[in-house]
Design a protein around this ligand. Structure first.
Ligand code: 5AD
Ligand code: SF4
Length: 437
């Protein structure tokens, strides 16, 4: 029997799907190349914005139709969206074709749920209201890549940014013990992985729940000693990302000088309303220091436009930070009301047309900045990790700053570090020439 997993949302979800894949393969399933060949289809969902949820509902509708002609098909829907009790109930009632509904905290029970469906053909639902997932070590995993791997270091989020639903569906912060993280990274390196990305909603609060002085800097130093590889992490929180951590990154040999530092807004008033706990000045001081000690650093961000109460003046503050920092990349979103969050109850919601108009202005500025950042790379040589084939038969590779460079070369270079000189660029891509390894 074959299975197919469709994933929405963040890196954390992509990595959860690797755990699901591991559990499913233990039951004797193999991965299908496309959903039409699969007997088991899993939709691993996201609820961060309304659009993500609407897409999933559409997808369940389409699969339910297919199932009418293919009754042996098993449909599972789970993750952040169904962790919300009312959404799970809605899906259960409206789509009888859905066999398994699981919450974020019930990921590790997926194989038991699958057993029930395979034996009894009944609909099962498991959504626990617990404060978070019980961390389980040594769960089997079906990794999507053989060069780059995600490693969870902290689950959940305690921040309650006023627009965000994550703390309600992913529970409270729970760090993974250092020894298990070290063991997993060692194991990955011994299997030939070349790049590790540490994952958490806010990696900067890693270890704080142990209350024994463990922190993220200590973890980075510990992992840095495990070999020669590329070490990345996401996401950071500007409130907790401090100057000392920047020095730590600079003093390690493996941690890449690539920082994802979500700004969300450049206006002090909006940052406060968002419950983010920093100021525009502090944010700019951090990015200035990053570039000062690591001139080769790349910085990316997340920005929300149209948060309740955002005026043109507030928005100008956001544009000002974007202009000042010169992000390599920005993930930009229009504010989306999420029921249950504090911002959803605010009565000064920004009209959709204004959100759209601001979004386009921001996008235009960021595109200009991305182009400028790429232009700065022209004529320079970078060490890149070759990932495989990219567009138009070229090889695709990444710099330590996570910038993608495409170049002509032999596929046998996959997994190698080689030197490439940048010859051309546009807003989204860089093109280079192999100059040796
Ligand atoms: N509306 C729009 N964007 C949001 N994000 C989180 N919640 C919302 C929301 N309600 C964005 C933030 C976060 C990213 C993962 O998604 O920018 O950093
Ligand atoms: Fe959401 Fe804020 Fe937690 Fe990020 S830090 S997951 S934006 S509540």
């Amino acid at each position: 029997m074959k299975y197919f997993i469709e994933v929405w949302g963040c890196a954390m979800n992509e990595h959860d799907a690797e755990t699901l894949g591991g559990l499913i393969e233990q039951k004797g399933f193999t991965k299908a190349d496309n959903y039409l060949d699969a007997q088991l289809i899993v939709l691993h969902t996201c609820c961060i914005r309304a659009k993500a949820e609407d897409k999933v509902i559409g997808r369940i509708g389409a699969l339910s139709k297919i199932k009418k002609k293919k009754p042996e098909m098993i449909i599972a829907v789970g993750g952040c969206m169904t962790q919300q009790e009312e959404v799970a109930k809605y899906i259960e009632k409206r789509f009888k074709e859905v066999d398994i509904i699981y919450g974020t905290h019930n990921l590790n029970e997926f194989d038991d749920m699958l057993n029930i469906v395979l034996a009894d053909k009944t609909q099962v639902r498991s959504i626990s209201k617990s404060e978070g997932m019980d961390i389980k070590e040594y769960v089997p995993m079906k990794r999507n890549d053989d060069l780059k791997a995600y490693v969870n270091i902290i689950y959940g989020c305690n921040n309650y940014c006023s627009y965000c639903i994550v703390p309600y569906v992913r529970g409270r912060e729970k760090s993974r013990e250092v020894k298990y993280i070290v063991e997993e990274v060692k194991d990955l390196l011994s299997k030939g992985f070349k790049e590790i990305t540490l994952l958490g909603q806010n990696v900067n609060s890693y270890g704080h729940d142990f209350k024994d002085g463990t922190d993220f800097s200590m973890l980075l130093k510990e992992l840095d000693g495990l070999g020669d590889f590329r070490l990345r992490f996401m996401s950071s929180h500007p409130r907790d990302f401090d100057f000392e951590l920047i020095d730590t990154i600079n003093n390690t040999k493996n941690v890449c000088h690539q920082i994802h530092l979500p700004l969300q807004s450049g206006s002090d008033k909006i940052i406060k309303e968002m419950n983010r706990g920093y100021t525009k000045e502090h944010y700019l001081a951090l990015t200035e220091y990053i570039y000062k000690v690591m001139p080769d650093a790349t910085i990316s961000t997340d920005i929300i436009v149209g948060f309740p109460g955002e005026t043109e003046e507030d928005f100008q503050d956001t544009l000002d930070v974007v202009e000042n920092v010169g992000y390599d990349q920005a993930y930009m979103f229009m504010y989306s009301i999420r029921e249950g969050t504090r911002a959803a109850k605010m009565d000064n919601q920004v009209p959709e047309e204004i959100k759209k108009e601001r979004f386009h202005r921001l996008l235009e500025l960021q595109n200009k900045k991305s182009l400028e950042r790429n232009k700065e790379m022209l004529g320079k040589t970078y060490e890149v990790l070759v990932e495989g084939f990219g567009e138009k038969g070229r090889l695709t590779a990444r710099t330590r700053g996570n910038k993608v460079i495409n170049f002509v070369g032999n596929i046998s270079l996959k997994g190698n570090l080689v030197k490439v000189k940048v010859k051309d660029y546009n807003t989204w891509s860089l093109y280079g020439e192999l100059i040796g390894d």
